[in-house]
Design a protein around this ligand. Structure first.
Ligand code: 5RP
Length: 227
């Protein structure tokens, strides 16, 4: 099974967890897209809460009924992808620049299930550059403060502004993303606190103590992980 087949298998396994009448958080990315497709194929009545405009578009095109976080206050189950799954289901997310809306939806959810292909499972977080969402105003200065915060955590790395086609990537909320190639994150919780203390940082891609379960596609089939 190649990576895409593993993502599809994980997405389908997660779709089987959804029960009629549930409010379901819909993640972002290629694995979450497999989940959304498998969920729509079940043709059960659910209310989906998308974590990005891209997911909203996909879900709508497949006929899913959608609501928005805010008017919808509580979510039964959220299913979403990840860039890295570390020990205790600590995650790096945000490769698709949707980390803020994802985290808001995750935190409003009673249960969160992360789905991924086997390559996402790691012994320690940090090989995947950690996405950090910052406001546009003064972002170059915020990036300098981020260097200080990372250095305090013994991570001598300068975050890089994420670009695509020669222009900075914008999140759905209009913010910018900096990526910090940390290498190995020894203390994710301390790093999360340090990053959040920088004015101008909206949020970061460390998802700690949020995932209740992981469904990971492997060549042998889908494996279930608990924290
Ligand atoms: C988007 C995310 C995605 O879930 C993450 O990047 C994984 O994407 P994919 O399933 O395409 O590998 O966090 O912000």
């Amino acid at each position: 099974m190649d990576a895409d087949a593993q993502k599809k298998a994980a997405g389908e396994a997660a779709a089987a967890l959804v029960e009629p009448g549930m409010v379901v958080g819909l993640g972002t990315g290629s694995t979450a897209a497999w989940f959304v497709k498998a969920l729509a194929a079940r043709q059960i009545d659910i209310l989906g809460v998308p974590t990005s405009l891209a997911t909203a578009q996909l879900a709508e095109s497949l006929g899913l009924r959608l609501g928005e976080l805010g008017p919808v206050k509580s979510i039964d189950l959220t299913v979403d992808g990840a860039d890295e799954i570390g020990p205790a289901l600590a995650l790096i997310k945000g490769g698709g620049a949707a980390l803020l809306r994802e985290k808001l939806v995750w935190e409003a959810s009673r249960r969160c299930v992360v789905i991924a292909d086997g390559a996402k499972q790691v012994k320690a977080l940090g090989q995947f550059p950690l996405p950090i969402e910052v406001v546009t105003f003064g972002h170059e200065t915020t990036a300098l403060r981020l260097c200080d915060a990372l250095a305090e955590c013994d991570l001598g790395v300068a975050p890089r502004l994420r670009m695509k086609d020669g222009v900075p990537v914008r999140t759905d909320g209009g913010n910018l993303i900096y990526d910090a190639a940390c290498g190995r994150i020894e203390e994710p919780a301390a790093l999360a606190d340090a990053l959040k203390s920088v004015t101008g940082v909206v949020d970061h891609g460390l998802f700690l103590d949020l995932a209740d379960q992981a469904l990971v596609g492997t060549p042998q089939g889908v494996v279930t992980l608990e924290p």
